[in-house]
Ligand binder design. Structure first.
Ligand code: MD6
Ligand code: FE
Length: 234
């Protein structure tokens, strides 16, 4: 059997998927070189600003470490420490804009279910980024992201180890939900009526890609780009 046929047997191609109106998963959006670059700059941001373990409402192991870029008020809200908040670089703003454009308009075969996807993409100008670091044992409980401009989507980029991402509903933190694997390079955008859907990361799958992107001890990095409105306002 030819090698490519074996590959096809063992790796199911991952397709772009609209999980709910405005919630779009685009597998392998970042190429491997770009993934390594992003991990390298994430390291620089961590050097510039102290990381903090998030306080989980349940009081469990505070396993995810975070650093905030851009908005000071958001940094305060997320508890990103008293150190300097690094600037949000323009290239990252541009990457975020391209992400929404591609997720919402990039494939005419996938209607994302928003009345004005083009307008939403045009208006998206992120002013802050939250960078989360996960080790092998890290997880993030089901939560809603409530603080930002509700009309603007959030862009999520996954790097390193694969995780199980649980995308729930807007009413409760329990079922119904959909579990998707987010692998290194994947893009997930959520906006529109999905903006307040509960979501979380029940687990990271160790040894699935962290070392390949330059994380010496493995792990996962997630970058979310947000529009908080604090850039022009203060
Ligand atoms: C994570 N992501 O993927 C956690 N929030 O590590 C989030 O909490 C998240 O991916 C808002 C929008 C997209 C996200
Ligand atoms: Fe979130």
């Amino acid at each position: 059997m030819a090698e490519y046929e074996l590959d096809e047997l063992f790796s199911v191609p991952r397709e772009r998927a609209v999980l709910a109106p405005g919630a779009v998963h685009v597998p392998e959006w970042l190429d491997p070189a770009r993934q390594r670059e992003l991990v390298a700059v994430a390291r620089e941001w961590v050097r510039a600003a102290p990381m903090e373990h998030k306080v989980l409402a349940g009081g469990g192991r505070m396993s995810v470490q975070s650093v905030m870029l851009g908005s000071r008020s958001a940094a305060y809200r997320y508890g990103a420490g008293g150190g300097a908040t690094p600037e949000l670089p323009e290239w990252l703003v541009a990457l975020g804009a391209r992400a929404v454009e591609d997720a919402y308009l990039g494939d005419p075969a996938h209607d994302v279910g928003l009345p004005d996807a083009a307008g939403t993409a045009r208006d998206f100008a992120p002013d802050s980024a939250l960078v989360n670091f996960y080790d092998d044992a890290a997880h993030m409980g089901m939560h809603q992201d409530k603080d930002e401009f509700p009309a603007a989507p959030i862009v999520s980029l996954s790097l390193g180890d694969t995780c199980v991402f649980r995308f729930g509903n807007t009413e409760t933190r329990t079922a119904p939900y959909q579990d998707v694997e987010l692998r290194s390079g994947d893009l997930f955008v959520f906006g529109g009526p999905s903006r307040y859907a509960f979501h979380g990361v029940p687990k990271v799958l160790p040894g699935t890609g962290g070392r390949q992107v330059g994380l010496k001890n493995g792990g996962r990095v997630n970058i979310t780009l947000r529009m908080t409105g604090s850039r022009s306002g203060r």
